[in-house]
Ligand binder design. Structure first.
Ligand code: PLI
Length: 469
């Protein structure tokens, strides 16, 4: 009988296991090939338009898809559903202050609510907003507020094969060139994300944020952080940056945030809740402005679109999210999937980042043009093979240039397999890897897609496609 290897033995390490056990399960359904063909056709070959009950393993996003702990569910019973001054808001405010270190907290219903507030409060028409690669909703809110986004991430971030340990870093030379060109007074703020979603979940180093702080101080520019996956960023600093191996994730997180003037947060990711967000800042002028704006768009400044019970679950989620064992096992699971794919030479973004495996659709389908939507095509093919739901992060997500109306063609044309936190097992990852391999084995037969419906904003959510003849 041939020896069966554990996953750890297979990859030359001791095995790790999640620091939790399962208390409640949700059945999922396997579909037939005919059912999947019908479902993806009805969805216009866009995985965002599939019904969730037609999906087997859902790797569309890690946003709002985490499993809450028993402590968080117990917290849901402690909701103080008062319109004003809910006790749960003060618990949330204290948790943000304790773990992220900012002075003032404004609650929002999710991340884009906070993006809207900070953009409206801090961007004047014609201002530039330099950042480490765009994120879809972030850039759109900056543009709707009259800003012009400028990508100042290091070049390595646009290269799926570069093994730079901190591919999320900002290139200070590019930032200096922007200041020289437009003047510091025309820069609204530096928009820094840790980790960088569209680059493959790549981290920013402590050295980079420290240098950015000094740069911003020299030029009188403020710096705001997209802290959505900053806990995962802290893990990479602990692992890769000299001097941080013995520091806790919590300590690294607080030090990093301490170099910035504030942050917006989609609590649906790192913070382990199904809905929620917040904005937190150190300057009173921005707090004043955003606390006033929140009552127009989100709700009163002590609930911001969340129920009291949501704020309680979020306060507990923040505390759980910075535990070293939790972060290590979360990123360990993402890496396990990456190792399975790499052993079969399937092209992925390297190094593997924090929240997802990004398949390199250009190298997966070298015979397709980017205008054939290879990233979108691959997501549809994976669904057809197994019912695994991925999503596109390429030309469809990049949208059109508001000045010219042309497609933006990003260097990275990717399909994202996003891992929800505390939801799937190692066996689910095995099934996903085998499905990617099946799509890879079929790659030469695959044709691209044509876009037949395109909405005005954030088109990747609702666009429809048809297979090329
Ligand atoms: O989906 P929201 O509105 O809670 O958050 C918006 C948002 C802001 N920043 C970053 C880096 C995100 O990744 C983000 C949302 N991301 C989604 C939905 C995703 O699937 O990646």
């Amino acid at each position: 009988m041939s020896e069966i290897k554990t996953a750890g033995q297979q990859f030359g390490r001791r095995s790790w296991a999640e620091p939790w056990k399962i208390k409640m399960v949700e059945p999922i359904r396997m579909t037939t090939a005919e059912e999947r063909q019908r479902a993806i056709q009805e969805a216009g070959y866009n995985t965002f338009l599939l019904k969730s009950e037609d999906v087997y393993i859902d790797l569309l996003t890690d946003s709002g898809t985490s499993a809450m702990s028993d402590r968080q569910w117990a917290g849901m019973m402690l909701g103080d559903e008062a319109y004003a001054g809910s006790r749960n808001f003060y618990r949330l405010e204290a948790a943000v202050q304790q773990y992220y270190g900012y002075r003032y907290v404004v609650p929002t219903h999710q991340g884009r609510g906070a993006e809207n507030l900070i953009s409206q409060a801090c961007i004047k028409r014609g201002n530039y907003v330099p950042g480490n690669m765009y994120f879809t909703t972030t850039r759109l809110h900056q543009e709707l507020a009259g800003g012009i986004f400028e990508d100042v991430i290091i070049d390595e971030a646009h290269d799926s094969q570069s093994l730079h340990p901190f591919k999320g870093n900002i290139d200070l030379g590019k930032l200096q060139a922007l200041v020289d060109r437009v003047g510091a007074a025309n820069i609204a703020y530096v928009s820094l994300a840790g980790t960088v979603n569209m680059a493959g979940g790549q981290p920013v180093s402590m050295e980079n944020v420290r240098a950015l702080r000094a740069f911003c101080d020299r030029h009188g520019i403020r710096m705001y952080l997209d802290a959505t996956r900053m806990v995962e960023n802290a893990f990479f600093i602990q692992e890769r940056e000299p001097g941080y191996a013995d520091k806790s994730i919590a300590a690294i997180l607080k030090e990093f945030c301490g170099y910035t003037d504030g942050a917006w947060m989609s609590a649906k990711k790192d913070n382990l809740v199904n809905i929620g967000g917040w904005l937190a800042v150190n300057h009173e002028d921005v707090f004043e402005a955003t606390r006033n704006l929140v009552v127009i768009y989100e709700g009163l400044h002590t609930y911001g679109g969340m129920a009291g019970r949501d704020m309680e679950a979020l306060a507990i989620g923040i505390e759980e999210s910075v535990q070293d064992d939790h972060v290590r096992s979360r990123i360990g699971q993402v890496r396990y999937l990456g190792q399975l794919l790499e052993q079969w030479d399937i092209p992925i973004v390297k190094p593997v980042g924090g929240h997802a495996i990004f398949l390199d659709a250009r190298r997966f389908y070298p015979h397709l043009e980017q205008s054939d939507f290879p990233g979108q095509t691959l997501a549809a093919e994976l669904y057809l093979d197994s019912g695994v739901r991925a999503m596109e992060r390429g030309v469809v997500s990049a949208g059109r240039d508001p000045a010219t109306g042309d497609h933006r063609y990003p260097k990275l044309e990717l399909t994202r397999l996003t891992i929800p936190r505390r939801v799937y097992t190692q066996a689910h990852m095995d099934v996903v890897a085998e499905s990617v391999k099946a799509a890879y084995d079929q790659r030469e037969k695959t044709r691209g897609l044509e876009m037949v419906y395109e909405p005005q904003y954030l088109r990747f959510f609702q666009a429809r496609f048809t297979p090329k003849g």
